[in-house]
Design a binder for this molecule. Structure first.
Ligand code: NAP
Length: 313
């Protein structure tokens, strides 16, 4: 018998972790899913998921997550809440340190997700899902024909503003400096939209407050050079000021890209044998529920193959 507590420990219970759990459970691998708070990750705070296949009318993030959890339970996945503080890789199993406890696992799937950076201004939290969005792919289509604001000056703000041009009547692009951080190629496309009157750029400007009754109605802006305040009526505010992977607990134990996202190959394997990553925490092109579940399925399958090859029962 292998000298570890679990064949696989999955860290994080968003769609990637839950899907990995379903696949590992069906493969009859002894698997534990650890989650810091409650299951679901970012999807839990998504009011209506409209781009996950199979739900033509959309489904609430909570319900989708709850269904995935029940499915994983049905196949024998063990759940526990607990925060992993450190992961120490080893040739004969990996050691996971939790508060007052250690667990040893044959393979580990890192599915701890990422979080959007926020502005920290009044109204932002209150109106998230009611006009404040961090995802153009998810919510862009809701703003067909509307006037909206986009905050940020990096590649995401520029790319997603161009995407949002397909839906919105007008985009106010709000950037805190007088030059974009995003690449020139994207800047050129934004300036072309500015010429058409589709995009209006507010340089040296920050959002002071997001205002509304039931949903977003306006943003209060401040010009950081002149101190001038203004109120801009908008139906939505897209905030693209960066995304941070939840990798502090890994303490540099696995290779990451320049922004801190975990590097894997197409089989979701990191360069550390037996350690895999899936979902938003991974260095990848598109962070969506649909891509997270694909990652989770591959990671669990690959972890099973790894265990069969290196640690046959
Ligand atoms: P980013 O490059 O870190 O840019 C964040 C932007 O938000 C910056 O313009 C920054 O302003 C601004 N910002 C940060 N905190 C703010 C605050 N509190 N208030 C107002 N503005 C704030 O993040 P990103 O755009 O998400 O891109 C992340 C990485 O993914 C980048 O390396 C990017 O190249 C890559 N990416 C690539 C593509 C592509 O098409 N190839 C698409 C998306 C993302 P400052 O400029 O003043 O710092």
């Amino acid at each position: 018998m292998p000298a570890w507590d679990y064949d696989i420990v999955i860290v994080g219970a968003g769609p990637a972790g839950l899907t990995a759990g379903i696949y590992a459970g069906r493969a009859r691998l002894k698997t534990l899913l650890l989650e810091k708070l409650i299951h679901g990750g970012q999807v839990m705070t998504t009011d209506l998921v409209e781009n996950y296949p199979g739900f033509p009318e959309g489904i609430s993030g909570f319900e989708l997550s709850d269904r995935m959890r029940k499915q994983a339970e049905r196949f024998g996945l063990e759940f526990r809440s607990g925060e992993v503080l450190d992961l120490e890789p080893g040739p004969d199993g990996h050691l996971l340190r939790l508060e007052g406890e250690e667990l040893r696992s044959g393979a580990v799937i890192i599915a701890s997700g990422a979080r959007y950076r926020s502005l920290g201004v009044p109204g932002e939290k209150e109106f998230t899902g009611k006009g404040v969005s961090f995802c153009a792919t998810c919510d862009g289509a809701l703003y067909r024909g509307e006037t909206i604001a986009v905050v940020g000056g990096g590649d995401t703000a520029l790319t997603d503003s161009l995407f949002l041009c397909r839906f919105a009547e007008k985009i106010h692009l709000i950037h805190r400096r007088n030059a974009f951080r995003g690449v020139k190629f994207l800047q050129e496309q934004i300036f072309a939209q500015e010429k058409k009157g589709k995009v209006e750029i507010h340089w040296d400007t920050v959002v002071q407050e997001i205002q509304g009754q039931q949903a977003v109605e306006a943003v209060e802006l401040k010009n950081v050079k002149t101190g001038e305040l203004s109120r801009l009526p908008v139906a939505g505010v897209f905030i693209f000021v960066g995304i941070t992977p939840n990798t502090a607990w890994l303490q540099g134990r696995v290779p990451v890209d320049e922004w801190g996202f975990v590097l894997t190959n197409a089989d979701m394997a990191t360069s550390i044998p037996g350690i895999f990553a899936a979902g938003d925490v991974r260095s990848k092109l598109l962070r969506q529920i649909a891509t997270a579940v694909g990652d989770g399925a591959i990671a669990a399958f690959a972890a099973g193959e790894y265990l069969a090859e290196h640690h046959p029962r």
